[in-house]
Design a protein around this ligand. Structure first.
Ligand code: NAP
Ligand code: ZN
Ligand code: ZN
Length: 349
């Protein structure tokens, strides 16, 4: 197979700073697109993974799964995209294509789903490299169309933060009048607020940062509360249909469950490696649920992008050159991000 040279930034080992890295992408096969990457968002998961927090990680690691680029070459049998189209790639680039999940367009649940980075291709040996790079080759079936009218830089975070929050909002039928709580106002959280508000929900933000109040209200929340304020939990007891936890650490789960009404759900999107402490009785008493939700499938991701175009939604971003990605990682960990860093890949040149 002929290869296309690509520039990238990689962590060579767990917790190592990112550094310039040369690699190769496959030349487009019959169904592939070769894209020149324009922008890539920095997801907190990129930090968890480059730090080596997840077992079995593969180094060198080129992170990045909020990728937007322009098609520069297409395989002979490509039918859905042409050279010049602006496309996106999210958290996975392949799956088995045959199981029930794949047939239903829920590829994120497929046992053979191939993550965009820190995974292996379906040959079981070729590592995947993410979007902190100049080029990427992707099967057209796993690419998304970035609608005209969406700013490509602000659209990049939709490929993970957007779909990860859109999917549970749809799954739990959020609409006009729904009462939704969003815990943590970061990359995922700020998209959860925008999307839920656009669906007509009454949104409350739970935050540890008092200075995010104005932003939360501007993004579409009706209420903003400090989670460390003890009276928050008394005042809002039994109020919510759905609470979305986007915090990248443990939270007091029982306290949030007390805020759900009958049949309400606390859905976990943020990752903590610690075991959860939970008491059963409050769940039983009001038939409440605690659930998790991973990203979303290709069909639903396209639906989300189209929804964002109709409602004029993108992420609130700070665009940086790739040379500042490490500093951006540190700022994300400190909570100093409003609300997503996006790397301008022109800085790789
Ligand atoms: P982020 O931008 O860092 O936002 C997380 C927010 O949580 C922070 O802005 C902060 O908001 C709050 N927070 C952080 N540390 C906290 C702590 N110790 N206690 C309480 N609140 C804290 O991160 P992100 O990119 O949105 O990602 C959030 C989490 O979701 C990460 O764990 C990521 O790995 C995970 N994730 C999951 C999926 C999925 O498929 N389920 C997809 C993408 C990401 P306040 O200042 O408002 O408190
Ligand atoms: Zn992500
Ligand atoms: Zn499958």
């Amino acid at each position: 197979m002929t290869m296309v040279p690509a520039k990238a930034y990689a962590a060579l080992q767990p917790a190592a700073p990112l550094e310039p890295y040369r690699m190769e992408r496959r030349s487009p096969g019959a169904h592939d697109l070769l894209m020149e990457i324009l922008y890539c968002g920095i997801c907190h998961t990129d930090i968890h993974q480059t730090q080596g927090e997840f077992p079995g990680s593969i180094f060198p690691m080129v992170p990045g799964h909020e990728v937007v680029g322009r098609v520069v070459a297409t395989g002979a049998e490509v039918s859905t995209y042409k050279v010049g189209d602006v496309i996106g790639v999210g958290c996975f680039v392949d799956s088995c294509r045959e199981c029930r999940d794949c047939a239903e367009g829920e590829e994120q649940f497929c046992d053979l789903m191939v993550p965009t980075y820190n995974g292996l291709e379906r040959d079981g040996k070729t590592p995947t490299y993410g979007g902190y790079s100049s080029h990427m080759t992707v099967d057209e079936r796993y690419a998304l169309r970035i609608p005209e009218g969406l700013d490509p830089a602000a659209a990049a975070p939709l490929l993970c933060a957007g779909i990860t929050t859109y999917s549970p909002l749809r799954h739990w039928n959020v609409g006009p009048g729904s009462k939704v709580g969003v815990v943590g106002l970061g990359g995922l959280g700020h998209m959860a607020v925008k999307l839920a508000a656009a669906m007509g929900a009454d949104v409350t933000v739970f935050s540890t940062s008092a200075d995010k109040r104005e932003d939360a209200l501007r993004l579409g929340a009706r209420d903003f509360v400090l989670s460390r304020d003890p009276d928050t939990f008394q005042r809002l007891a039994g109020r919510f249909d759905l609470i979305m936890n986007t915090v990248s650490a443990s939270i007091p789960y029982d306290s949030y469950i007390s805020l759900l009404q009958r049949d309400g759900t606390l859905v976990l999107l943020g990752v903590s490696m610690e075991p959860m402490e939970l008491s059963g009785f409050p769940l039983i008493a009001r038939r409440k649920k605690i659930a998790g939700s991973p990203i979303g499938g290709i069909r639903e991701t396209q639906e989300m992008l189209d929804f964002c175009a109709v409602h004029g939604l993108g992420a609130d971003i700070e665009v940086i050159p790739i040379q500042q990605a490490d500093t951006a990682f540190q700022r994300v960990v400190k909570g100093d991000v409003r609300y997503r860093f996006v790397i301008d890949m022109a800085s790789l040149a």
